[in-house]
Structure formats: C-alpha cells, structure tokens
Ligand binder design. Structure first.
Ligand SMILES: CC(C)(COP(=O)(O)OP(=O)(O)OC[C@H]1O[C@@H](n2cnc3c(N)ncnc32)[C@H](O)[C@@H]1OP(=O)(O)O)[C@@H](O)C(=O)NCCC(=O)NCCS
Length: 383
C-alpha cells in the first residue's frame, strides 16, 4: 500500500515556517557558505558582473564570452523597447499619484507587462527563459521611467552597456565612474538570489497553481516590499540619518531595545552567525568612502554594529551595508528596494522556471485555533 499523500493532522507547527524544508532547489545553497549553482558568492561578488550571474542562475552554467554578449544584448534590447501601453499608463499614474512608492510602480508595471504580453499560462522552458530575459531588461527600465515621470520629466533613453552601468546612469543622471559601476554591480550580484526567502517562496507558490510568470513576479514584488524583507534597506538609511552621528548611537540603540523595536539591517532568519554578504560589502563600502564625507556614516555604522553585537549578539545583514553604498553613490532612498527588485528578478525567474519544471501545488496545512463547532442561527433569530 502506498503512503498517504498528506500527513496526519499536526499538533505542532513552526511559526513563520522557521526551520521547515519546503522544497528542493538546485539554484542556491546557504549550507555553510552562500553558493549560486555551486559557485561561492565571493568571487562572483568581486567580479561584480550581474549579467554573468543572471545567466548562471537561469541557465545553470557560467556563460562563455559569446553567450554573455548575446544574453546582455537581448536584455539591453528589452530595456529599450517598453510597450507604450505600459509607459502611457505609468504617465497617467505619475500625474495622479506622483508620490507613490516606486515599488508600487514596479508591481503595477510588471502586472501590465504581463497583460500586454498576454501571459496567461506557463509556456515551454525556452519560452520561460525568453520571458525571464525580457523582464531582466524591462524592470530596470520601468523603474527609471517611473523616476522620470514622477519627477515631471519625459522618459529618458536607456543607455548602452551593462544593467549596472545603465541603471546607475539613469537613476543618478550622470555617467558613473568605473569604480561606482563595479560596486553597484557587486550589490546586484549579492541581491540576486537567496534560496527560499519570503518573496521567492511567494513566486513559487503562485506559479505552483499553474499561473504565469508575471503573476508570480508581481506577487513577489509585493512580498519584497515589506520592511522585514527588502524594504529594510530603505529603513536602514532612515535610521542612520535619524541617529546622525556616532556619539548618539548608544542612547538610540538602548531606546530601541527598551521599546522592543527591531533595528533594521540586523538579524536574519537563516544566518545566526552573521551574513557573509554583509561582511563582504561592508569592507568594500568603507574602502569606497575612505577620505570622503561618507566616512562619518561608516563610523556611525561601526558603532551601531558593536553595540548590537555586545547587547544582543546580533550581526548585520546585507541591507546594512547596501543602504550605505547606495547612499554614497548618490541614489535617492526610495529606489533602494526597487534596485533589490532589479537584482532579485534573476533569482525569482530562475525559481519560477525550476518550480514549473517539477511542479506540485504548494498547499500546506494549518492548525485550527478558532471556536469549537457551533450551530448556525438564522439572521432573524439573532438579537
Ligand atoms: C530578519 C528578521 C525578520 C528575522 O526574524 P526571525 O528569524 O523571526 O528572528 P529571530 O527568531 O532570530 O529573533 C530572535 C530574537 O532576536 C530579536 N531580534 C531579531 N532581529 C532583531 C533586530 N534586528 N533588532 C532587534 N532585535 C532583533 C527578536 O526580536 C527575538 O527576540 P526575542 O527572543 O526576545 O523575541 C529579524 O531579524 C528582523 O526583523 N530584522 C530587521 C529587519 C531586517 O533587517 N530585515 C532584512 C532581513 S535580510
């Protein structure tokens, strides 16, 4: 006799699914160290080539020079050819809601991209890969378009070059230095993928129902927006700006503990002994701002880190240095989480393709905690 397909009713559950293995993936492992498709994060991050990593996540292997050039060309072409139905709708939204979060614009934008493409059912693996490549180019272009439109400008042209270079140029309004493109590329690589985090799991859940890639990505953007997930990088800068200087760090940190508030940019569901990505980028950030006014923020950040470690044994996560890097690059705070979206598009689409390739509906059980069984009373008999 075969085993039942569902377990017996559970008497216990894991809050927030902590510690639960909810599926299998060949894309990323966090066991011991962070690896994308078997490659350690460090050399990938130091190379800082986001397109190379996106190709690796999607296709499973590092590209040859020719494969990378063709892939980058297709992504860049997608960034240059946003459907006017989408940009016209964004223009209308920018007039009526210019202060809307760019995260909302991205969520709406991806939903519209799916609608104009007629994306309704998952296609073949080749069709899904083509959709993923297109989204990799379209999403940063939608972000840049929204930033123009919400500031009352016409949409500027999408520049030549890598996503890191083109997006940085579009968001800051000037051609970035090689050093700035390099560290920005590193942040995209570090944000690209992270196994079964909340937004990726959301995307996989959506497509496990047989729904389409754009629906999965739209839902994932909604999940990433929250401050306990992607939204943390914007909150980090607000915190650092609010504290102001290193000498004010100690009373501020104690105030947070007394009020039982979480400190943004610290702690992690999986890494309990520090986030390797934060260590790597933290070092690079300090190096980048050496000898500039940015050193004051690094001193403050270091002070907060020491206090968090000694008081609560909590270490920074990636959002802690990423916020400082983006600030030092001259980026406005409201694009920090949208940049995370641009990067994570690679991981999300890879997971969606993996889920569709070996699908079973994701549908867990719950432990009922409501009223005992009771009888229905018709409306007329209720007081
Ligand atoms: C990421 C996060 C949601 C993980 O949550 P989690 O796995 O449920 O947290 P844990 O179970 O490890 O928390 C253990 C304890 O540390 C505390 N803690 C965790 N992160 C904390 C933080 N950033 N600041 C203060 N206290 C924190 C918890 O409140 C909990 O305290 P308690 O035992 O008194 O209730 C949480 O660390 C957090 O909210 N961090 C700030 C937001 C952030 O930076 N998010 C980006 C994540 S990459």
């Amino acid at each position: 006799m075969s085993a039942p397909s569902t377990p017996n009713a559970a008497s216990e559950f894991a809050r927030g699914l902590a510690g639960i293995v909810a599926g299998r993936t060949a894309i990323c492992s966090l066991d011991g160290d962070l690896r994308y498709r078997g490659y350690s994060i460090e050399p990938l991050a130091l190379a800082g080539n986001f397109e190379e990593v996106a190709y690796l996540l999607l296709y499973g292997e590092l590209p040859t020079a020719a494969e990378l050039a063709a892939f980058s060309g297709r992504v860049n072409a997608a960034a240059r050819s946003l459907d006017p139905a989408v940009t016209d709708a964004l223009e209308r939204l920018a007039v009526s809601a210019p202060h809307a979060s760019p995260m909302d614009a991205l969520r709406t934008g991806v939903s519209m991209l799916g609608q104009v493409e007629g994306d309704n059912l998952p296609g073949s693996r080749e069709q899904l890969l083509a959709q993923a490549e297109k989204l990799l180019g379209q999403v940063p272009a939608v972000l840049a378009a929204w930033m123009d439109l919400s500031a009352g400008r016409r949409i500027g042209p999408w520049p030549e070059g890598s996503i890191a270079k083109a997006l940085l140029e579009r968001l800051t309004g000037h051609v970035p230095s090689k050093e700035h493109v390099a560290i920005f590329g590193t942040t995209l690589v570090l944000y690209a993928e992270h196994e079964f985090n909340a937004s990726t799991f959301t995307a996989r859940t959506v497509v496990s129902t047989g729904s389409d890639m754009h629906s999965g990505i739209t839902a994932a953007i909604g999940a990433l927006k929250g401050p306990l997930h992607g939204g943390a990088n914007e909150k980090v800068l607000e915190v650092l700006t609010h504290i102001g200087s290193a000498d004010r760090a100690e009373p501020w940190v104690h105030e947070q503990f007394a009020a039982k508030r979480v400190v943004m940019g610290f702690g992690h569901r999986v890494y309990k002994d520090g986030d390797v990505r934060a260590k790597l980028l933290g070092r690079m950030c300090r190096e980048m701002v050496r000898g500039t006014a940015g050193e004051a923020i690094e001193d403050l950040a270091e002070r907060v880190e020491r206090l968090m470690l000694s008081a609560k044994s909590l270490k920074p996560n990636l959002d802690w240095p990423a916020a400082r890097v983006y600030h030092a690059l001259g980026l406005p705070v409201q694009v920090f989480t949208p940049i995370f979206v641009v990067a994570r598009m690679s991981g999300w689409t890879a997971h969606i393709i993996e889920q569709i390739g070996d699908n079973r509906l994701i549908r867990p059980l719950s432990l009922y905690s409501g009223p005992q069984p009771r009888d229905y009373r018709p409306l007329a008999t209720r007081g």
